[in-house]
Design a protein around this ligand. Structure first.
Ligand code: XBP
Ligand code: MG
Length: 240
């Protein structure tokens, strides 16, 4: 039994990308007078860049003409992107808090069992802190942020996943070795970050990540399962 569980947020605790983050980005772009629209398919590709600001910067680089006169000059772009992202965070919070976001199967059960067994809990997410809190409070419970000893989010470290920095940070805060912890993630970038920090990872896949390379994971499951609706084991043995 691990001493601590470290959870990713987006795609792991709840499905937040397609109808949450993606919609908030598009609302922000429209409000800023930009003709950008991130379709479900394009968003799947853009998800390879974790972090909202990083994703916008990547989109500008790869999909927009370099000398577009409607865009600010290169030197002003980091601040412009940060402002867009701040607006997106606001809108995402509204979408999540007004909606009826459900946790993924088995998430609440595992967290509750861990809490009653005295297993410590932490969060390691690329998303901004207000967004992570909105998901915890809406999908889990209003007091859920207090269940987690560490909530490491967004810019708390300089380099986002797949860099291991966020996991190093969580381990340092918990004062635990990687061997004492288990990570639950949904994406290859998250798995790469955790693995590089020496952590063992359980993957629950979703529509955006199911085709990714999870060979470094200890277990790959469709989800965490419920007693009435068991998960599908994609790789690994639950006896391990
Ligand atoms: C998911 C992400 C995030 C969100 C956007 O991170 O890649 O970038 O899509 O979040 P994780 P922000 O699965 O590690 O939680 O706009 O708040 O950056
Ligand atoms: Mg994720």
């Amino acid at each position: 039994v691990p001493q601590a569980l470290i959870f990713d947020v987006d795609g792991t605790l709840a499905e937040t990308e397609r109808d949450g983050h993606r919609v908030a980005f598009n609302q922000t772009f429209a409000a800023a007078g930009l003709s950008w629209h991130w379709s479900e398919t394009l968003y799947g590709q853009l998800l390879e860049i974790p972090g909202g600001k990083e994703r916008i910067a990547h989109y500008l680089d790869q999909y927009c003409p370099p000398q577009d006169p409607r865009l600010p000059p290169q030197a002003d772009r980091p601040a412009w992107i940060a402002a867009l992202h701040q607006d997106k965070t606001q809108r995402y919070g509204q979408i999540i808090r007004q909606g009826c976001l459900k946790p993924r199967p088995g998430v609440l059960r595992l967290i509750q069992e861990a809490r009653s067994a005295g297993v410590r809990l932490a969060i390691a997410t690329t998303s901004a802190l207000p967004n992570a809190l909105a998901v915890l409070e809406t999908a889990l419970a209003p007091d859920a942020p207090h269940w987690f000893e560490v909530i490491a989010a967004g810019d708390i470290v300089a380099a986002k996943k797949p860099d291991p920095a966020i996991y190093h940070y969580v381990l340092q805060q918990l004062q635990l070795s990687p061997q004492a912890c288990l990570v639950i993630e949904d994406s290859a970038q998250g798995l790469q970050a955790a693995t590089a920090a020496g952590l063992t990872t359980l993957i629950t896949t979703n529509a955006y990540t199911q085709h990714q390379d999870f060979s470094a994971a200890q277990w790959v499951l469709s989800d965490l399962g419920e007693p009435q609706r068991p998960c599908t084991v994609i790789r690994g043995s639950l006896g391990d």
